[in-house]
Design a binder for this molecule. Structure first.
Ligand code: ATP
Ligand code: MG
Length: 298
């Protein structure tokens, strides 16, 4: 995924006249950066390595300008319960949730804890790792009997599970790009998985999911989704680019699920679809962000 994103981005940047080198995040990276002193770096890594702030902290250490969010804000966005708590505190809508570490189930008895979760949050529930991506370890639970295996599934990807009320509705992803007048939301992209769940297979198998860009929602709902994504971008201190995942319920209210600081850039990714729906090009958008990164460092 990261490799494909990197290649697509390189091609887009080259098409607008930018000189690009593609480097893996491996043991050679630091010496390459020190020797070649790039004007700016674009982090096209997804998952923990690119989104938890580690690479960004190292780039800060080296004093190299980069496109995207700084290390601490990356961490805040990467940890789903932390991001949700920030948004909820500001009065924004996010599904009610409880996040618990593995040890709690072990020490207090899994069944008793699960019973308490259902009593508080009701059914259906969404269980997922508290950090992570690509819907790995995410499960919808419609019957309490499915809870133990869903919990084990989520905990196999991390140390804690996020248990959330399941929101029935229309899934959208909203890309936010920083512009001269502050953060701007691109048209929301609507996601329609063939069997209703946007899981790993639905994401990366051609034809299993259809997308609408812009989303087929009313102008008021589209505006509300854009406002939610801009609020998330601002509240969490994100920079340059982010993508908020949300579900619009039957009444038209968008619910914040999570925000990505390093959104996918492949042919089947949501950010490039939003850029195209906005009548812009991926190369132009990222070349402008690269310029912003360079001018920040001056
Ligand atoms: N509370 C919820 N109600 C309904 N569906 C949900 C809920 N939470 C997650 N989902 C579904 O599960 C998918 C994965 O959830 P989420 O976006 O939180 O995780 P992710 O694995 O981090 O994904 P990404 O790869 O986009 O970072 C969503 O795209 C959505 O289809
Ligand atoms: Mg997501």
């Amino acid at each position: 995924m990261s490799l494909r994103s990197g290649r697509r981005l390189s091609a887009a940047l080259r098409s607008v006249g930018t000189t690009v080198a593609e480097w893996d995040a491996d043991a050679r990276l630091l010496s390459r950066i020190k020797q070649e002193r790039p004007d700016a770096v674009v982090v096209a890594l997804h998952g923990g390595e690119g989104e938890n702030g580690a690479v960004q902290a190292v780039l800060d250490l080296l004093g190299v300008p980069y496109v995207g969010t700084g290390p601490y804000a990356c961490r805040r966005a990467w940890d789903k319960p932390t991001a949700k708590a920030e948004l909820a505190r500001a009065g924004l809508t996010t599904p009610d949730w409880v996040a618990l570490p593995h040890a709690t189930f072990r020490e207090l008895g899994a069944q008793a804890v699960l019973d308490a979760l259902v009593a508080k949050l009701g059914l259906p529930l969404m269980l997922k790792p508290d950090q992570g991506g690509s819907a790995l370890g995410a499960h919808v639970v419609r019957d309490a009997a499915e809870l133990p295996s869903a919990m084990v599934g989520a905990l196999s990807y991390g140390d804690a599970v996020l248990v959330e009320q399941f929101v029935e509705g229309t899934e959208v992803a909203i890309t936010v790009i920083d512009g001269p007048d502050g953060p701007e939301a691109l048209p929301a992209v609507q996601i329609e998985p063939a069997d209703g769940v946007y899981d790993y297979t639905a994401r990366y198998t051609a034809g299993l999911t259809s997308y609408h860009a812009p989303a087929e929602v009313s102008p008021e709902v589209a505006a509300a989704a854009g406002e939610l994504a801009i609020a998330a971008h601002r509240l969490l201190g994100l920079r340059d680019v982010s993508r908020t995942d949300a579900i619009i319920d039957r009444s038209g209210t968008p619910h914040f699920l999570e925000v990505n600081v390093s959104p996918g850039l492949t042919e089947t990714s949501l950010l490039p679809m939003a850029v195209e729906a906005a009548g812009r090009s991926l190369g132009e958008v990222f070349a402008t962000l690269v310029e912003r990164a360079i001018s920040r460092s001056r």
